[in-house]
Design a protein around this ligand. Structure first.
Ligand SMILES: [Cu+2]
Length: 125
């Protein structure tokens, strides 16, 4: 690999690391007042980044594709703004959240799942 390619790879990794996630995940962009589907498994959320194009009501549907129970709690500045209860694998639950512009994060609060990688960021532009 050339030095240039290595620099590019390092830069891409640094970019992926932005927003608090350690893992490289997928980011989706949705219109305001839209629905977004998040899949939970051990131990990640897909997508792990959500961008909403403007304030409004977002409907988040969490699908549990793992084998353990999971939940999704959204918070802003450390304060929880809503989410789903924990529920077993094979099920899904939806929550409607009224969101102002800003940066949020979502985690699974079951056990130590957050530390194991079940976290993501949501930005309302
Ligand atoms: Cu979990």
């Amino acid at each position: 690999m050339s030095r240039f390619a290595l620099t590019l790879a390092a830069f891409a990794l640094a970019l992926a690391g932005c927003g608090g996630g350690d893992e490289r995940g997928r980011t989706v962009t949705v219109p305001s007042n839209a629905a977004v589907r998040v899949v939970a498994k051990e131990y990640s959320f897909d997508p792990s980044g959500i961008v909403v194009r403007g304030p409004g009501t977002v409907r988040i549907t969490l699908e549990n594709d793992g084998s353990l129970a999971h939940d999704l709690k959204l918070s802003r500045d450390g304060r929880e703004v809503g989410g789903t209860p924990a529920f077993p694998s094979g099920q899904k639950k939806s929550v409607r959240l009224r969101l102002a512009r800003g940066d949020y994060e979502y985690v699974c609060t079951v056990g130590d799942h957050e530390e194991l990688g079940m976290k993501g960021t949501l930005t309302v532009r």
